[in-house]
Design a protein around this ligand. Structure first.
Ligand code: PGA
Length: 251
């Protein structure tokens, strides 16, 4: 019922030339009727190149970040009208690197989420606890606070367009993924929260797992009942590796 969504978060990697080379190979790998939605998240500077290479395919692309204001004196930032020009479908908001390296607050992430929806796009909202929070038994509480800050004020229609990525901070880029049972438990908790808040639309909202997903472990996560895809960093930088992961999501 929920189409799986597997996304490649390239982070601060790939020049335009490298992005083109990747897309050309990836296009060859993905069959036309592939039953999994695939989205690439290049850096802003490679969006135009990715768009050129992927136009006319079923593969989509998105932005890793956005500023909530449409324009203004925000040096170094990129707005939604600028992204719309590049044909993006999704925008990642609240990634743990934005939260913890760049100090983005729940309030700022909520503004971004609302702005992305207002532009007719879908946010991938990242949530997840830090190691000390998990050890202290506070993982659910942290995730609930992040959900409630970013999504609490949305209408059910808006919520139906959101994708949630559960990414425990300690699993990102460390080579140590979560235990699949813990990922399922949290995804189920998230779905319960969504149901309480938005009713039936919760059944259609996709929840991804992210954090050290590799071809060898992807199947352990992608077959879990409440997990509908993956947000992949390091292992998405090679098109063959990323496609091996995506194949594990085929229902
Ligand atoms: P990773 O990153 O796959 O390299 O752990 C995941 C992410 O940050 O989305």
């Amino acid at each position: 019922m929920r189409t799986p969504l597997v996304a490649a978060n390239w982070k601060m990697n790939k020049t335009q030339a490298e992005a083109r080379e990747y897309c050309r190979r990836f296009r060859e790998l993905v069959p036309r009727d592939f039953p999994v939605e695939l989205v690439l998240f290049p850096p802003f500077t490679a969006l135009a190149a990715v768009r050129e290479e992927l136009s006319g395919t079923a593969i989509r692309w998105g932005a890793q970040n956005v500023h909530p204001e449409p324009k203004g004196a925000f040096t170094g930032e990129v707005s939604l009208p600028m992204l719309l020009e590049h044909g993006v479908s999704y925008v990642i908001v609240g990634h743990s690197e934005r939260r913890h390296i760049f100090g983005e607050s729940d309030e700022f992430i909520a503004r971004k989420t609302k702005a992305v929806l207002g532009a007719g796009l879908s946010p991938i909202l990242c949530v997840g606890e830090r190691l000390e929070e998990r050890k202290a038994g506070k993982a659910r509480k942290v995730v609930e606070e992040q959900l409630s800050a970013a999504l609490g004020h949305l209408t059910p229609e808006e919520a139906s367009r959101v994708v949630i990525a559960y990414e425990p901070v300690w699993a990102i880029g460390t080579g140590v993924p979560a235990h699949p049972e813990d990922a399922q438990e949290m995804a189920n908790f998230i779905r319960g929260w969504l149901k309480e808040r938005f009713g039936n639309v919760a059944e259609g909202i996709r929840i991804q797992y992210g954090g050290s997903v590799k071809p060898a472990n992807a199947g352990d996560f992608l077959r879990l009942p409440d997990i509908d895809g993956a947000l992949v960093g390091g292992a998405s930088l090679d098109p063959d590796s990323f496609f091996s992961i995506a194949k594990e999501a085929v229902p």
